[in-house]
Design a protein around this ligand. Structure first.
Ligand SMILES: C=C(OP(=O)(O)O)C(=O)O
Length: 589
């Protein structure tokens, strides 16, 4: 195959790597000798051979477990406990021993029994089907011991810059890999939730699985790019694609929360626009979800989702981030987001019309109530069932890092204090209804998006009533600069680095100062590592962005000194033109 050629699969570890292809064919040949006549087989000897093979496999599994635990942690390494359990599973051991008693050599008895179990798992759906890989792994260990076959290629010593190609990888194979040497993995078989894929993610090795399309034709030695975000394998990618892919992916994933060099904690969270984006966000080291755009549940369908569907989607996100905060934005439609079945009013200028909280409080109060019921029920799943603070809607929040888990709910397009008060009343009345019905619920942290100049001017009043504010720079830049974010003709105006927008951001954090409310930013500006120091300088507590930029932003947060960051923010706030801002920040025009 000569490139560039793009093969598609399932993105598994959402990182990108480039290197030299090397096929892994699964190690030693495990072809069995022909099955002998049963009368020539001594069951006592075969039983002993089987026992010895089990012990050898057990030792190897424990070794693999220890190695995996040292590299990827106990949770992922626990798959090897399951492997060891297969060695003692009476449903397998008894059947193998019965076959041996009937004159079957140990290796044939093992293969037959495992093939049957693998076939059963393969016949199931999704994750259960992926457990077949675990059985293959254990089977191969037993067969290697019985056939005295050499251990497979030592995957722990692959040369740096290897892109490993394989029909499939077992969890044991994957746990061997050295993430410093392996630039990527692409397999023909496998799913995102197979244990091999989970271990690859824990090792942060870029990976694409399920590349059924022509991967076999990629020759050893070819340059290959693995884009685990897009789910693509690019053969001979060329300089341009390679440079672009690596630029967005040269920071290591930092799974734990980060602080500035002088110790100021900054949460780095993810923006998600669909349930499918939640697991990759966690893989990129997100400290929770800072913007869960709930409108995705309402788009591309003919009627709104019911309470149960919304509840389940939010609980799934909470479960993916058990220790972190999930900020769900209530329905933000209108403007550029049209939903045909809602019959939104026709307006000459929808961006300045009935949008976000305006619709929720009036035309679609029914939808708002259903959404709040789902959210308050889901909040009972947050840590201690109270969303980590503000359980009585009293505006109080505890920004102690150890207490930041649970659900938070924010209202979009706020421009008046009265809207916040009305929304808080609705929350209170939904909580009272749920209590009267005896339904388990809790009041989450409550906040507002700051995306209108009005909200920025009123930040002190909003912060006094709420647990948090989150600056939406995409809309804020549009409204401050009177420039449609969708229009190329005014793209130059729609710039978060315009001094007017920056002053609106600063006014927001300054307004919240002295209250208990924390302030985050969830517009695109938050995800630009070149602007991280400035964001810290504005006093933001949380930055939420597309998952792909989380590692780079976390890396940058750790380098920033907050006093210097404040000086930078002050210098920027003295600027009068966008060119001056760029100059102070050392950015090209
Ligand atoms: C994050 C924002 O919201 P949206 O979903 O409209 O981009 C924003 O406006 O900055």
């Amino acid at each position: 195959m000569t490139g560039p050629t793009t093969l598609t699969g399932i993105g598994s570890t959402p990182r990108t790597g480039v290197g030299t292809a090397r096929w892994y064919r699964g190690g030693a040949d495990l072809t069995l000798p022909d099955r002998p006549d049963p009368s020539t087989v001594d069951p006592a000897i075969e039983r002993e051979r089987f026992e010895a093979a089990r012990e050898e496999a057990r030792e190897a599994i424990r070794l693999a477990r220890d190695r995996a635990e040292a590299r990827v942690g106990g949770e992922e390494a626990a798959v090897f406990d399951a492997h060891e359990a297969f060695l003692d599973d009476p449903g397998i051991v008894d059947d193998v021993e019965d076959a041996i008693a009937d004159g079957t050599p140990a290796e044939h008895a093992v293969r037959d029994r495992f093939e049957a179990a693998i076939g059963q798992f393969e016949g199931m759906d999704g994750r259960m089907a992926e457990r077949a890989d675990d059985l293959r792994d254990v089977r191969d260990r037993l067969l290697r011991a019985l056939l005295d076959a050499p251990t497979p290629t030592d995957l722990s010593t692959l040369p740096a810059g290897t892109v490993l190609l394989a029909e499939r990888l077992t969890p044991s194979d994957t746990a061997e890999l050295d993430p410093a040497a392996v630039a990527g993995i692409a397999t023909v078989a496998g799913g995102r939730t197979s244990h091999a894929a989970i271990i690859a993610r824990s090792l942060s090795i870029p990976a694409v699985v399920g590349v059924v399309d022509a991967l076999a034709e990629v020759a050893d030695g070819t340059e290959v790019l693995v884009d685990g975000e897009a789910g693509e394998v690019v053969v001979e990618p060329g300089e341009k694609r390679r440079a672009a892919a690596l630029r967005k992916d040269d920071a290591p994933v930092v799974p734990e929360p980060v602080s500035t060099a002088d110790g100021r904690a900054i949460e780095v969270a993810a923006n998600v626009g669909s349930g499918a984006e939640v697991p990759p966000a966690s893989d990129r080291g997100a400290d929770g979800i800072g913007l869960f755009r709930s409108e995705f549940l309402f788009l591309d369908r003919e009627s709104p989702p019911d309470e149960e569907e919304q509840y389940e989607a939010v609980v799934a996100a909470l479960e993916a981030f058990p220790d972190d905060r999930i900020v769900v934005r209530t329905l933000d439609v209108g403007g550029d987001k049209q939903v045909p079945y809602l019959d939104l009013p026709e307006e000459p200028n929808p961006f300045l019309g009935r949008r976000g909280i305006r619709l929720s409080l009036e035309e679609h109060a029914d939808l708002f109530e259903t959404q709040l019921r789902a959210l308050l029920r889901a909040a009972a799943h947050g840590r201690d069932g109270n969303g980590g603070g503000g359980s009585e809607g009293d505006g109080a929040s505890d920004d102690d890092r150890d207490d930041r888990g649970g659900l938070a709910v924010m209202f979009p397009m706020v421009s008046r204090v009265e809207e916040v008060e009305a929304a808080l009343d609705r929350v209170e009345s939904v909580a009272a209804d749920l209590a009267a019905e005896g339904v388990d619920h809790a009041v989450p942290e409550l906040g507002a998006m700051v995306e209108t100049p009005a909200a920025s001017y009123l930040a002190d009043a909003l912060a006094a009533r709420l647990d948090f504010l989150s600056v939406g720079t995409n809309d804020l830049a549009g409204y401050v600069m009177a420039a449609d974010r969708e229009s190329d003709a005014v793209a130059d105006y729609h710039d978060p680095l315009h001094p007017a927008v920056l002053r609106a951001i600063d006014r927001t954090t300054a307004g919240a100062e002295g209250t208990d409310a924390w302030v985050g930013m969830c517009g695109e500006m938050a995800g630009d590592p070149e602007l991280t120091e400035l964001s810290v300088g504005f006093g933001l507590d949380e930055l939420s962005m597309s998952a792909v930029t989380i590692p780079a932003v976390k890396e940058r947060v750790r380098e920033v000194d907050s006093a210097e960051a404040r000086e930078l923010a002050e210098a920027v706030l003295r600027c009068e033109t966008r060119a001056e801002v760029r100059d102070v920040l050392g950015l090209d025009e």
